[in-house]
Design a protein around this ligand. Structure first.
Ligand code: FES
Ligand code: FES
Length: 167
């Protein structure tokens, strides 16, 4: 199969590569760029562990080819905050014990970030609806909702500002 050149801005940095046209975006991120925070948790596009932002919108990176991101901006969990400057959602998951194994957490955070961008004061039901496409097999979701509320309150009080690379 003939490779195709792609140029994609990932976490604010232009990344260029030659990929097979069938390469999924999630495999490009994990295997080519070694950004392994984006996970693969299913083969049915249901679990949401692979969620990233494409031009600022949450997408399941297992449902897109890398070539579809040509010339566009992708943000992964590695680009939304840093160890020294956590995104409010990362702080929220930490403070509210919103994870156990952490496998689903990157996708949860990327989906929640999109929710808070459009709805900064969501109800518990709105959070659960927004995360309907993200499965967690450990926590039972209660603390995940509390984590998102924690972030929403912190952002509303101006204690923390999100630092997404795609904003
Ligand atoms: S790996 Fe993409 S939805 Fe499960
Ligand atoms: S914390 Fe383990 S799958 Fe969600």
């Amino acid at each position: 199969m003939t490779n195709v050149d792609v140029s994609i801005t990932v976490n604010g940095e232009v990344r260029q590569a030659s990929v097979e046209p069938r390469t999924l975006l999630v495999h490009f991120l994990r295997d080519e760029l070694e950004l392994t925070g984006t996970h693969v948790g299913c083969d049915t596009s249901q679990c949401g562990a692979c969620t990233v932002h494409l031009d600022g919108n949450a997408v399941k990176s297992c449902t897109l080819f890398a070539v579809q991101a040509q010339g566009r901006a992708v943000t992964t969990i590695e680009g939304i905050g840093s160890i020294g400057d956590l995104h409010p959602l990362q702080t929220g998951f930490w403070e509210e014990h919103g994870l156990q194994c952490g496998f689903c957490t990157p996708g949860m955070i990327m989906s929640s970030a999109e929710l808070l961008k459009t709805n900064p004061d969501p109800s518990d039901k709105e959070i659960r609806d927004a995360l309907a496409g993200n499965f967690c097999r450990c926590t039972g979701y209660h603390n995940i909702v509390k984590a998102v509320q924690h972030a929403a309150h912190a952002m509303a009080e101006g204690k923390a500002q999100p630092a997404a690379a795609d904003d």
